[in-house]
Design a protein around this ligand. Structure first.
Ligand code: NAP
Length: 263
């Protein structure tokens, strides 16, 4: 098979949050396949080790750092340690996220706070570290994994929706401020992707008095393509956004959703 050269990430070094599984791991694998060196982070040490082991075959440099993005001090030390491991860091993928689904009036403030800390404050804080570093380096790519919930209304997940709208706003502001700095800042807005995060749908099924399968079928029927996405379908866009081919693009929010929410 003819080797595809145009999207290669050789020479790039990416810090990927939430890289132990789901979309974050798919991005790590896609980046490794294109030759990028990686720094993977998540809370689970064993999850990170499994992810690293699974990337062995690509012969790229992979570091792992466990950190809880809900703790601001851990974010500061995560970034400092990342630079000690791989000083040429020039790609940041803010992927880690949590979902708590319930009606607006039923959230307690500690739940709202937890979602905002991990999904938004951590993105702000880590991106600020990365931008300062990338400005010195003279180049950089920031890729934020937001959601269709970051661009449109959605039921029974106000905290998540608000956090993702914040990520979209952050993407645009940081992109604008760094448009002349050779730093691109873009977001991907996935619809429903087959990962552990969808387990919250099983809980919702219980509350609605239907089986998880019945709820999945009902939800899938509302997607024009009639299916959930696979994590690697999101990862392919991240590869493009990390590569030179996307150098002219900044402040954009790319939706991938099987046709939900066109336009
Ligand atoms: P997932 O399978 O649940 O993976 C979440 C990742 O984030 C894991 O690696 C997890 O690792 C890490 N993480 C969770 N809490 C953390 C914390 N406090 N500190 C550090 N890392 C933490 O979720 P996913 O579906 O791949 O989601 C990835 C991103 O895509 C999220 O931002 C999500 O909002 C977004 N998204 C997902 C969908 C979807 O349908 N799946 C749709 C739209 C957007 P540990 O457990 O080891 O910490």
């Amino acid at each position: 098979m003819e080797e595809h050269q145009t999207l290669r990430l050789t020479g790039r070094t990416a810090l990927i949050t939430g890289a132990s599984r789901g979309i974050g791991f798919a991005i790590a694998e896609a980046f490794a396949r294109q030759g990028a060196n990686l720094i993977l982070t998540a809370t689970s040490v064993s999850g990170l080790q499994s992810a690293k082991n699974a990337l062995d075959e690509f012969n790229v440099n992979v570091s792992t750092i466990a950190a809880d993005l809900g703790e601001p001090d851990e974010i500061d030390s995560l970034f400092a340690t990342a630079l000690e491991h791989q000083p040429e860091l020039d790609v940041l993928v803010n992927n880690a996220g949590i979902h708590i689904g319930k009606p607006f009036t039923e959230y307690d403030m500690s739940e709202f706070d937890r979602v905002m800390r991990i999904n938004l404050y951590a993105v702000f804080q880590l991106t600020r570290h990365a931008i300062v570093h990338m400005q010195k380096l003279g180049r950089g790519k920031v890729i934020n994994i937001a959601s269709t919930a970051g661009k449109w209304e959605s039921p029974n997940q106000a905290a998540y929706n608000i956090s993702k709208h914040g990520v979209v706003g952050l993407t645009r502001c940081v992109a604008l401020e760094n448009a002349r700095n050779n730093i691109n800042v873009n977001a991907i807005c996935p619809g429903l992707v087959e990962t552990d995060i969808l387990k919250s749908m099983d809980l919702a099924a219980e509350e609605l008095g239907v089986t998880p399968d019945e709820l999945r079928q009902t939800v899938q029927a509302q997607i024009p393509m009639g299916r959930f996405l696979e994590p690697d379908e999101v990862a392919h866009i991240a590869v493009y956004l990390a590569a030179d081919e996307s150098n002219g693009m900044t402040g954009q929010t790319i939706t991938i959703s099987g046709g939900m929410r066109m336009g």
